[in-house]
Design a protein around this ligand. Structure first.
Ligand code: NAD
Length: 261
């Protein structure tokens, strides 16, 4: 338990399922008040909300597309009007779908960049404006990916967006450190969420994926949620501008295992 997270208000984008939903539940377990954000799937957001309120926690659900600046301003206003402000903002919403780069439409490229990178700028801007206005030592966490470092053929748009998230994190962390605002990223490897369902339901693809992970298994959303609460808490008060990789060793060049190469 992180005592200082009690009664803190956390806004989490894309928290109707996957890692975002698990973080919402985990922060609520710490006694934080949670603003769940969803794009279209209201029923899924309601489920997360009920899970939290059934355990005695406090949460609201707000629809907003992360790539729409007005909608995200509305999300921030909702958090302020309901809970009096917010202390932690997590840019988490993301999407991916594969295309050979020479066949990728501008629309497909733009959609991923709009959600995974521009959406993080829009969210960061709302959070920073609020923290500065209230002179609050707030926290921003950006959900990156191992693909901020590992190139990913067929997913050039996704890898480019996460590479952008890395430097967005580092640049804003440096810019707002004098205000006591901490900004970090988490880079998951392979996590068992809806984004990966196709890969994980095919036994051969799952096995190939596991072979790329030195620890040998695909993690659960709670493994990422556990990191997010620590990073947001005072236990991490001297940590800013980092990307914390949670990837079972995927970024350690596993093909060199056992002296190969
Ligand atoms: P997911 O598909 O389960 O959840 C993504 C969430 O983002 C959903 O709730 C979805 O509704 C929301 N979303 C998508 N577009 C949106 C928009 N325009 N506006 C608002 N919300 C929107 O995926 P996940 O695995 O939970 O991924 C969460 C984050 O973690 C993403 O940024 C993803 O890139 C990152 N990540 C995931 C993995 C993994 O293996 N699952 C690995 C590395 C990084």
């Amino acid at each position: 338990m992180y005592e200082d997270l009690k009664n803190k208000v956390v806004v989490i984008t894309g928290s109707s399922k996957g890692i975002g939903a698990e973080m919402a539940i985990r922060f609520a377990e710490e006694g934080s008040k949670v603003v769940i954000n969803y794009n279209a799937n209201e029923a899924a957001a309601r489920q997360v909300l009920e899970t939290i309120t059934n355990k005695g926690g406090e949460a609201i659900g707000v629809a907003a597309n992360v790539s729409d600046e007005n909608a995200i301003a509305h999300l921030a206003e909702n958090a302020i009007s309901t809970f009096g402000g917010f202390d932690i903002w997590i840019n988490n919403a993301g999407m991916e779908h594969p295309y050979p780069t020479h066949e990728m439409s501008l629309k497909a490229w733009q959609e991923v960049i709009d959600i995974n990178l521009t959406g993080y700028f829009i969210g960061s801007k709302q959070a920073l404006k609020h923290f500065l206005k209230e002179q609050k030592k707030g926290v921003i966490i950006n959900m990156s990916s191992v693909h901020q470092q590992i190139p990913w053929p067929l997913f050039a748009h996704y890898a480019a967006s996460k590479g952008g998230v890395k430097l967005l994190t580092e640049s804003t962390a440096m810019e707002y450190a004098p205000n006591g605002i901490r900004i970090n990223a988490i880079a998951p490897g392979a996590i068992n969420t809806p984004i990966n369902q196709e890969k994980l339901t095919d036994p051969q693809t799952k096995k190939e994926l596991e072979e790329m992970i030195p620890l040998g298994y695909i993690a659960e959303p709670k493994d990422i949620a556990n990191i997010a609460v620590w990073l947001a808490s005072n236990q991490a008060s001297y940590v800013t501008g980092i990307t914390l990789f949670a990837d079972g060793g995927m970024t350690l060049y596993p093909s060199f295992q056992a002296g190969k190469g």
